[in-house]
Design a protein around this ligand. Sequence first.
Ligand code: DLL
Length: 437
Amino acid sequence: MIETAPADPSQLDAAELMSRDELEALQLTRLQHTLAYAYDRVPLYKRKFDEAGVHPTDLRELADLSKFPYTAKEDLRLEYPFGMFAVPQSEVLRIHASSGTTGRPTVVGYTRNDINIWGSLVARSMRASGVRPGMKVHNAYGYGLFTGGLGAHYGAEALGTTVIPMSGGQTEKQIQLIQDFEPDAIMCTPTYLLALMDAMAHQGIDPRSTSLKVAVCGAEPWTDEMRHELESGMDLDACDIYGLSEVMGPGVAGECVETKDGDHVWEDHFIPEIIDPMDHSTVLPGGQTGELVFTSLTKEALPVIRYRTNDLSSLLPGTARPSMRRMARISGRSDDMIILHGINLFPSQIEALALRIPALSPHFQLELTRTARLDQMTVHIEPRENTTPEDRAAAALALRAQIKSHIGVSCAVDVAEPGSLARSNGKLRRIYDNRPR
Ligand code: DLL
């Protein structure tokens, strides 16, 4: 790890330097505007507010936001494709969509102003993570309807870097270009960076010898153990970037390289809340884990009011940007939660436990099966390359015991052949549910 210096305060956006009072005053003005704007322009919001008996003028202080109804992915699906847009199509400069594993994709749109703000917030996130104007940035997030590629691209340009628009896939070509173009920074999912590192080692290239100094990774959950794996394996600083299409795309929140303690939410543009994932309504106090909810403060084409993300996190006080709250690492999405023998677990928990066992690699999959009406989970995991059969057998036992003692479930551990499990091409699929439907 190279320990990049924090950004020079004179380079920060004015909002990053505001006091909490100044920030909240700005939020209140923007929130009052957004509620009225959404109510006047999007029939769904008018209907929902009217049904809940609230009117935008009821918001006198920030705490009044809790009186307003939530919005869910389902609302966007029902209004497919453009029913949630608050501007005429002639003012929509760009459309993205999130694939969605079932049913219709969710469609999102941006005005010119939205695109500019998005670029500035990705730039802010990149700068927080150690990217500087003048650097070369290899962008391996996928270009297309996914917000990762173009979101990172516009952010890199807004920051004043030289962007290399590689997109995802074609791992060998990626490695070639990294060697030839000598980028300073890379943007991709953490599991794709791992796949690149792995492929370099297989080609006989020392992953620590490349020009890369900074990685800005997001779009899927990852742990501090994985950060350590990537940083020590590639000799760079790796920071998180968070976002989701419905709320904007990457850059809703970003991590500061000097603290590496979770992402600061860019609260001049988004208000975060944490709600109880069980009753889907109670707002939880700071520090408690629940479902993350966002309200946009400046979006024009697709304002979102109390949008439920399904992501589990908690809100913590700001550190490197003291007035903006941080979000704890996303432990997982409620859709990715495995319920085994009544216990909830996420792939990220297995990642953290596996990476503490020296003979195990970060390449793993979770398979769910059912025998005699009993659900079973098998962790298929590759060992490190230079381990003996005895090391592997001991590691399997150790992981099984760790999962039992930390998570509370019994499962099987299968130490797979090195190189046998699928590598990431972007967002990596960790769960294979082979239970009969
Ligand atoms: O993944 C946007 C993005 C692109 C973020 C590139 C960061 C970098 P969607 O495809 O709509 O958008 O997926 C959003 O991905 O609700 C989370 O479940 C997950 N996710 C995104 N960033 C993180 C992260 C993009 N840093 C969904 N940590 C979100 C954990 C993340 N999960």
